[in-house]
Design a protein around this ligand. Structure first.
Ligand code: LFR
Length: 523
């Protein structure tokens, strides 16, 4: 029998992957489910099997001026290789590939020149060029005026602030020529839209990701003429910005078909390329098996902690608490807050592996951290001090020292305690964000879904359940790729139904694991 497959290109800050998602008819047989969070009730729902067909490293690369950029051409090579193997896997398994969709991290953008050629590698949002920009912008367009329209939390690297950095010689790093890059820009494309353009030749702006630019109206889901006008008034070089922004499309739109060069390079046929929820977090939330009264944590490089809502929350308390209203699938709003996430741990591990000249054994380290006493101290993992790469153990230890806690950094024996503080702090910060989201949106929360790579981290899941005082349901690990595949499969008619139906497919496809908060033992 011929089966149907969809290719998810999922680009993350540390790696990119190409996954083939094979969609199967539901069966009436009960399926074994790992852990106690057994879904039930989804018997008969179709299932998706994900096959990894390509994986390649990613990370910000300093350019000749020391500015952090993304090597998008290396990503493109990895994508083409991955697409070729996806085609091979599909052929071997008798699977017909009926779509390709691309998702990636948000905010960062590329420029195309008059001839449609990439002007320069996109900047990474962790580049410090925007450090002082937002405050400067808020003096002309107050944060409250932004929030009323775009609903975004303050993050120093929002696309809008990067654009201001690009055109202000005062704040742009001397000699980087970034103002020159803006001068040559004909179109602005966010990273997944750039890849979609290279695949199809068509330029669009997918709306979930466009919602992170600061330039979108969160209520109407369209570019905000008001914010664009005010930005142009404050920064005249940005007057042309409106014309460089592509047409918006919702997830599920067929953007085009593979161009001949890509067909040739990959051996794939005239496969349609669809806009998915191209912000990775939006795809992950779409595949989080949320039921009623559920919060989610999309746990990876970042922890994105919040709720799915039908409407944005644009109130003053919400702004003061720095909650964001990013757009989600099917008209939903991702009401969430960015917590620094596993980035802090990953950077520590990177630095220790460098010290040791060999990769650190993360599972041994986590086991040791789990035997450490908890609550030594809680550092503010939301603090901007952890944003940039480099020497993370020292920065964590400095933050602990400011709280009067001695957290040594020297030698492997010091590592478990430091890891424990990082995870305790992440869990506490996530728990706070869940409680805040619930009270700001006025909706109850009685369960927390952790999806993404961090759902594999048992210690983090357990600490999160304890900090929140709520059960945590962990999985799927591959939520982003699954969300990407589900949107494609529904768009071409292989799946049907609303988000609830798509989440039934997730529950039928993966094992979930439940962590209950430990009973209170009180003294
Ligand atoms: C997660 C993520 C977050 C966004 C950050 C920067 O990968 O997309 O949602 O705030 O990266 O783009």
């Amino acid at each position: 029998t011929v089966e149907t497959g969809f290719v998810a290109v999922d680009l993350g800050a540390t790696s990119g992957r190409v996954m083939l998602g094979i969609v199967r008819e539901g069966s009436r047989q009960a399926r074994p489910v790992g852990g106690e969070a057994g879904p039930g009730g989804v018997d008969g729902a179709p299932r998706v099997e994900l096959v990894e067909c390509g994986r390649f490293a990613n990370g910000p690369v300093p350019d000749e001026h020391g500015a952090l950029r993304w090597d998008v051409r290396a990503l493109w090579r990895g994508i083409l290789d991955g697409l070729r193997s996806a085609g091979d896997v599909a052929r071997k398994r008798g699977v017909v590939v009926r779509g390709i969709g691309v998702d990636a991290w948000a905010v960062d953008h590329a420029f195309l020149d008059e001839s449609g050629v990439l002007v320069a590698d996109p900047y990474c949002y962790r580049d410090p060029r925007t450090d002082a920009v937002a405050d400067e912008v808020y003096r002309r367009i107050p944060f409250a005026d932004h929030y009323a329209v775009n609903g975004l939390q303050h993050l120093q690297f929002t696309t809008e602030f990067q654009l201001v950095a690009e055109v202000s010689t005062g704040s742009a790093r001397e000699g980087t020529g970034s103002a020159g890059e803006w001068g040559r820009a004909r179109d602005l494309l966010l990273v997944p839209d750039l890849i979609t353009y290279w695949l199809t030749g068509r330029r669009v702006a997918e709306v979930t990701n466009a919602s992170t630019t600061g330039l979108l109206d969160a209520t109407s889901r369209t570019w905000s003429a008001e914010l664009l006008d005010r930005l142009a008034a404050g920064y005249p070089p940005l007057a042309g910005l409106r014309d460089k922004l592509p047409e918006l499309v919702e997830p599920g739109t067929v953007v085009g078909h593979l161009v001949p060069e890509v067909r040739e390079a990959t051996g794939l046929g005239e496969v349609p390329v669809l806009a998915v929820a191209s912000h990775d977090t939006a795809s992950a939330v779409a595949a989080a098996p949320l039921g009623a009264a559920a919060a989610y944590i999309s746990s990876g490089t970042w922890s994105l902690v919040g709720l799915e809502l039908p409407e944005p929350v644009l109130t003053e308390p919400s702004r003061a608490a720095n909650f964001t209203n990013e757009l989600g699938l099917d008209g939903t709003v991702r009401y969430l807050h960015n917590v620094m996430g596993l980035w802090v741990l990953d950077e520590c591990v990177r630095s220790w592996s460098h010290d040791d000249g060999a990769p650190v054994d993360l599972s041994a380290l986590l086991a040791a951290a789990s035997a450490e006493p908890g609550s030594r101290c809680l550092v503010d993992v939301d603090g901007g001090e952890f944003l940039a790469p480099g020497d993370m153990p020292r920065r964590v230890s400095d933050a602990a020292a400011r709280l009067g806690v001695d957290l040594p950094v020297d030698g492997p024996a010091a590592r478990p305690a430091l890891v424990r503080v990082v995870l305790d702090s992440l869990a506490a910060s996530s728990a706070r964000a869940i409680a805040d989201a619930s009270s700001l949106a006025g909706v109850p929360v009685d369960v927390v879904h952790v999806v993404g790579g961090g759902s594999r981290n048992e210690l983090l899941c357990r600490l999160t359940a304890e900090a929140a005082g709520l059960p945590v349901i962990a999985g799927p690990v591959e939520a982003t790729a699954l969300g990407n595949v589900l949107v494609q499969a529904r768009a071409v008619g292989v799946l049907s139904g609303d988000l609830t139906a798509l989440r039934d497919v997730v529950r039928a496809s993966v094992a979930l694991r439940r962590y209950d908060p430990a009973p209170v033992t009180g003294h």
